[in-house]
Design a protein. Structure first.
Length: 392
């Protein structure tokens, strides 16, 4: 069986790419190793950048997020010396976030792809990719009945995340792999509770960072910095809420609305970037192209940006164009990926200071305080922050 573009993975990257290709009249097939129910329930991102919303709206993929998403334009920072808010919707380019849970977006994208007649195969894992250097590529997949099957394609889009097979299909030495472990881990929590404040709040605390992020009227995301290797189950309900109240300084700023913990997992702040994000007939998109720590909520937004650029290149090439657009995919995406990485890295240093009383730790914490004060006091710094915080 043969298709023009075989897309591996039905996360935000694969589904946006698939929908954009269908809209451009390009034949494509999406294979996803998980079930439909699984991908439609996987809670991760929530903050969509203005550019992401624009791309989705232009392609008729944003009905759900316009109907149910919430607009956010304020974030707050809590430190020892009090709280300050940044109304970033009135700073920088004046853009806001749309908060819409990733699983809801995925559900909308699946429905739209199927409604447009797309070929989307759940419970179908890609096992091996061959022929990336030749005239056509082939992907061996395991079908839902357990048998193996060969799918041929002119191009393969690797949208299968950081641990997918696409990355490993690139021969060693063909790409440069940049990586960094930021040495910080977060306990990422979803609580069955409405948000406790209008703004997103980042609490910088000597006992570790804590974050509050609205998701939906019933669910709020919280983060607690924790030790690497922490067993998420070792944090009891009471300990989680006591620590959140403590680090968010609820005694000074008001109590949090508590609720059951629906999901908990430890996320290590790690980043990596591949360069180039193409090898022969294979194009890497989203987390497969590079992982970005969730400190600045950029991952899903980068996935949408890359999908849009790749869809344009593929549609041009497969529509008889000279292929120059497609050849530029990696070069067009990488500067934006690095900008997002830079901001994300800066956010990590804004939100976390080293512990301990040795000279270097004390020095770095003083820099962190200066960084926060500059953000609190300098309008230009705030404009720069806003552009990067919402932009991609
Ligand atoms: P995904 O979403 O991981 O989807 C990859 C898909 O590929 C499938 N797959 C395979 N399918 C077939 N064959 C194989 N061999 C396969 N191997 C894998 C997988 O089952 C899966 O369905 O990657 P994609 O599409 O690149 O999307 C990336 C985003 O999911 C990710 O960057 C974001 O969730 C990151 N992120 C955030 N991004 C934002 O833009 N805003 C946020 O607010 C935000 N918050 C977050 C986040 C990530 C978090 N975690 C869990 C790391 C918050 C958290 C806690």
């Amino acid at each position: 069986q043969s298709t023009a573009v075989l897309i591996i993975g039905a996360g935000p990257a694969g589904l946006v790419l698939g929908n954009l290709l269908l809209a451009a009249g390009v034949d494509c097939t999406v294979v996803e190793r998980q079930s439909r129910a699984h991908v439609e329930q996987r809670a991760r991102a929530g903050f969509l950048a203005a550019h992401t919303v624009r791309v989705l709206t232009e392609h008729g993929l944003a009905d759900g997020l316009h109907m149910y998403g919430q607009q956010h334009d304020i974030c707050a920072f809590r430190t020892d010396s009090g709280e300050f808010q940044l109304a970033y919707g009135a700073l920088g380019r004046g853009e806001v976030h749309t908060v819409y849970p990733q699983q809801d977006l995925v559900r909308d994208l699946v429905a739209e792809f199927l409604a447009r007649g797309g070929d989307l195969r759940f419970d179908t894992a890609a096992l091996r990719i061959d022929g990336l250097d030749g005239d056509s590529a082939s992907v061996t997949v395991r079908t839902p009945d357990g048998s193996e099957r060969l799918l041929h394609a002119r191009y393969v889009a690797g949208c299968d995340g950081q641990h997918g097979i696409s990355r490993s299909a690139v021969p060693a030495g063909a790409v440069r792999h940049y990586r960094r472990d930021h040495g910080v881990s977060w306990l990422a929590l979803l609580a069955a509770a409405p948000q406790s404040m209008a703004a997103v709040a980042y609490a910088v605390h000597q006992d570790g960072f804590a974050g509050h992020m609205a998701r939906s009227p019933e669910v709020t995301r919280y983060y607690l910095q924790c030790d690497a290797g922490t067993d998420p189950g070792s944090w009891t309900h009471d300990r989680i809420w006591a620590e959140l109240h403590h680090r968010m300084r609820a005694d000074r700023h008001g109590p949090l609305r508590e609720g059951g913990i629906l999901e908990r997992r430890v996320v290590d702040m790690r980043s990596d970037v591949l360069d180039p994000i193409q090898y022969g007939r294979l194009f890497l998109v989203g987390d497969a192209a590079g992982l970005i720590s969730p400190s600045a909520a950029k991952g899903a937004n980068l996935a949408v940006m890359e999908s849009e650029i790749l869809a344009r290149g593929l549609a041009d090439r497969l529509g008889g164009g000279d292929g120059q657009l497609l050849a530029r995919y990696s070069a067009d995406c990488l500067p934006r990926i690095w900008r997002a990485q830079e901001f994300s890295h800066w956010m990590i240093n804004l939100l976390h200071g080293p512990s301990g009383d040795d000279d270097e730790a004390v020095f770095l914490r003083a820099l962190q305080r200066a960084r926060l004060e500059s953000l609190r006091d300098s309008r230009r710094h705030q404009d720069h922050f806003a552009e990067n915080y919402v932009g991609i």
